[in-house]
Design a protein around this ligand. Structure first.
Ligand SMILES: Nc1nc2c(c(=O)[nH]1)N[C@H]1C(S)=C(S)[C@@H](COP(=O)(O)O)O[C@H]1N2
Ligand SMILES: [Mo]
Length: 448
């Protein structure tokens, strides 16, 4: 939505009000809300709503289901306006798919890049039910000239930022697995995840999975709005770390790539002679499903197959796996895990850097000290920050809190560009305040 609909009421049924307790989540940003699933969430095959990561560029919209309509417009024979009942009367399909933010793992990139500093948990696996996007488009009659479908949601932009709208190529839109989902895990899609209708583009990074969907616009030429032309792009070839690239030197983020998370053990210490359960999940994108996972306990010299859980081989869902290992003697062990997908893709040992930190899928590794006695705890000292300048609140804390600022590790040049970006979105920084603000940001939240 590009205009304000704040007067609408939220008619909250029990299911859509399903409370999420942020205590179970890593809060990357309180408002607009960005919540990361902790590693414990990978123990579930299907991620329950209260563990499902949340990524919102702006504040949650309010939705009145009795007034809600889906518009189908643009390059079609018959524009449509559909109510939820119309959609529910159409043939339903259900599938399990991984939802993963393109920026999941951004916090691991070096040099650091601006953005939410996700670890592993910007991802979830859920069961989606809805109608085929192709079926809805067929009713409207897509014209020969069409090339893309543009989605808009009910959320409003903040300040002068552009409305969040995303398009996908017609080919992906017509794929029988691309759906408009009204249910997640057997209940109405929760508000945070796009109630009452969300686009589900299985195999693709979830920036294309538009939430609170209110409009499908069939286009004759590719959409060139900010969220397609400037955001969610990466180079199609390796670039030197730290390279700056213009959007036209990059291509849109699309399919996920084969990836693994080691979810346990979480302790960095184990006793010799005692069995240790190494476990995690693996998934891929269009090239899925995952067909095998291997584990190494010696930093990648030798690899042994992990046991994949039975009954989880779906095209787009993740697969859980485990590996039992008994470290015989005292030593420091580096445990790694890597997956292979149906197309034969495996994971890299070093990540190709890109300016927005998309697509992290390096072979994960964890270190374990195997010794009879627990090592002494050595809590890190809290970082000492310089005093913020008096204008920080007025300039920077009108739309969000300090959390999104404090998690960054940016150079002075990167902070300078960040200030410009925020000013383009409506932040007001007086010329004489800019230098002290930049000094503060780059000294308090500089590269690690
Ligand atoms: N309308 C709308 N749809 C959206 C977004 C948004 O901000 N607005 N964020 C996108 C991004 S970047 C991601 S990663 C996923 C997050 O989905 P989730 O919050 O259900 O995990 O929603 C996508 N769909
Ligand atoms: Mo995302």
């Amino acid at each position: 939505m590009s205009h304000t609909r704040r007067n609408f009421f939220l008619l909250a049924g029990g299911a859509i009000a399903a409370a999420q307790d942020p205590k179970n989540m890593v809060v990357r940003a309180a408002r607009p809300e960005d919540l990361e699933m902790p590693l414990s969430g990978f123990a579930d095959y299907i991620t329950p709503a209260d563990h499902f990561f949340v990524r919102t560029h702006v504040y949650l919209p309010t939705v009145n289901i009795s007034e809600w309509r889906l518009k189908v417009e643009g390059s079609v024979q018959t524009p449509l306006t559909l109510a939820m009942d119309d959609l529910r009367k159409m043939p339903a399909i259900e599938l399990i798919a991984v939802t993963e933010c393109a920026g999941n793992g951004r916090g691991f990139f070096n040099p650091h890049v601006p953005g939410l500093q996700w670890g592993y948990g910007g991802v979830a696996n859920a069961r989606w039910r809805g109608v085929r996007l192709a079926e809805v488009l067929k009713r409207a009659g897509v014209r020969e000239s069409a090339v893309e479908v543009l989605f808009d949601g009910a959320d409003d932009p903040i300040g002068t930022m552009q409305d969040f709208r995303r398009s996908i190529p017609l080919k992906k839109a017509l794929h029988p697995d691309t759906i408009l989902a009204y249910e997640m895990n057997g209940e109405a899609v929760p508000l945070k995840h796009g109630f009452p209708l969300r686009v589900v583009v299985p195999g693709w990074a979830s920036d294309s999975w538009v939430k609170w969907c209110t409009s499908l616009n069939v286009l004759d030429k590719p959409w060139d709005g900010f969220w397609m032309k400037d955001a969610y792009r990466k180079p199609d070839h390796a670039v030197a770390p730290g390279t700056s690239l213009t959007p036209d030197q990059m291509v849109p983020v699309t399919s996920l790539r084969v990836k693994t998370v080691i979810a346990s053990p979480t302790a960095n210490w184990a006793k010799p002679g005692e069995p240790l359960r190494i476990a995690g999940v693996s998934w891929s994108g269009d090239a899925g499903p995952v067909t095998s996972v291997e584990v190494s306990t010696d930093a990648g010299r030798a690899w042994k197959p992990a046991r994949l859980y039975p009954g989880q081989k779906t095209q787009y869902g993740w697969r859980q796996w485990e590996f039992s290992w008994t470290p015989e003697r005292e030593a420091y062990y580096t445990i790694m895990a890597r997956a292979r997908d149906a197309a034969g893709n495996t994971q890299p040992f070093a990540q190709e850097w890109n300016p927005s930190g998309y697509g992290w899928n390096v072979v994960p590794s964890i270190g374990i000290s195997v010794q009879a006695q627990a090592p002494a705890a050595n809590p890190p000292a809290p970082p000492a920050h310089p005093e913020p300048p008096p204008n920080l609140r007025a300039s920077c804390l009108q739309c969000h809190g300090t959390d999104v600022i404090e998690q960054q590790h940016l150079t002075r040049g990167q902070w300078n560009r960040e200030i410009t970006k925020m000013m383009n979105w409506g932040a007001r920084v007086k010329p004489e305040d800019r230098e002290p603000l930049l000094n503060y940001l780059s000294s308090a939240f500089g590269p690690k």
